[in-house]
Design a protein around this ligand. Structure first.
Ligand SMILES: Nc1ncnc2c1ncn2[C@@H]1O[C@H](COP(=O)(O)OP(=O)(O)OP(=O)(O)O)[C@@H](O)[C@H]1O
Ligand SMILES: [Mg+2]
Length: 197
């Protein structure tokens, strides 16, 4: 295992869930401020998932992130290897990362296929004015579960680069009660990890 992957592994929130019969990957995707990390933490409280949050992982690799293309290539190369290590150990994973482009999703699909793992996609959405309000509030109050530095400028830049997802996915409007979506994803995870091969 490379040094970067080792560092990410050590930086994962503990305890890690126990191995299951059939591990898999939940991808919680969406623009900054749409509520990925909030959804991710609520989900991880109810389903056995190791939470791989891209911003927390970035912080574990570099003390002062620059968000350069090079830094992101290094980060996601390590994240992909980390996910594969966890799946190989039988540990289901939740990836909390914007994952807006097919080019970002494709390597994840390949990892899942290689490891014979299931995959669940959940895309968080919220109207721009709500996101604007949330990102402003975040700027003033930070909390433990929030390692993102993304602001409205980042949101605006990413907004038009989002690519439609070709695969089946949950679309979660985070301005509404996220409870029913959480229930559905929890149920799907629980069914998947127990399925006979
Ligand atoms: N379902 C929700 N209802 C109300 N507020 C929410 C909800 N989800 C998130 N928020 C609030 O919106 C802000 C942004 O949410 P969150 O950090 O989960 O977004 P994110 O998608 O992880 O953003 P980033 O990509 O920058 O990490 C937070 O302050 C959070 O409290
Ligand atoms: Mg986040």
């Amino acid at each position: 295992m490379g040094g970067d992957v080792q560092r990410l592994l050590e930086a994962l929130p503990r305890p890690l869930p126990l191995p299951v019969v059939i591990p898999g990957l939940v991808i919680v995707s969406g623009l900054p401020g749409t509520g990925k990390s909030h959804f991710a933490w609520r989900l991880a409280q109810r389903a056995p998932l190791a939470v791989v949050e891209s911003d927390a992982m970035r912080r574990a690799l570099v003390a002062s992130p620059t968000y350069s293309a090079e830094e992101s290539v290094r980060l996601f190369s390590a994240i992909h290897q980390l996910i594969e290590v966890l799946l190989t150990e039988g540990i289901p994973v939740l990836l909390d990362a914007t994952t807006l482009l097919e080019a970002h999703r494709e390597p994840l699909y390949q990892i899942a296929q290689r490891r014979r793992a299931w995959i669940i996609l959940a895309v968080m959405v919220a109207p721009p004015p709500v996101v604007h309000r949330r990102l402003n509030t975040r700027h003033n109050a930070r909390n433990r579960q929030d390692s993102s530095e993304a602001d409205w400028d980042v949101y605006e830049r990413m907004r038009f680069s989002q690519e439609p997802i070709s695969r089946p996915h949950y679309r979660v409007d985070t301005t509404r009660d996220i409870g029913p979506a959480l229930d559905r994803v929890v149920r799907e995870v629980q069914q998947n990890i127990q399925k006979a091969v």
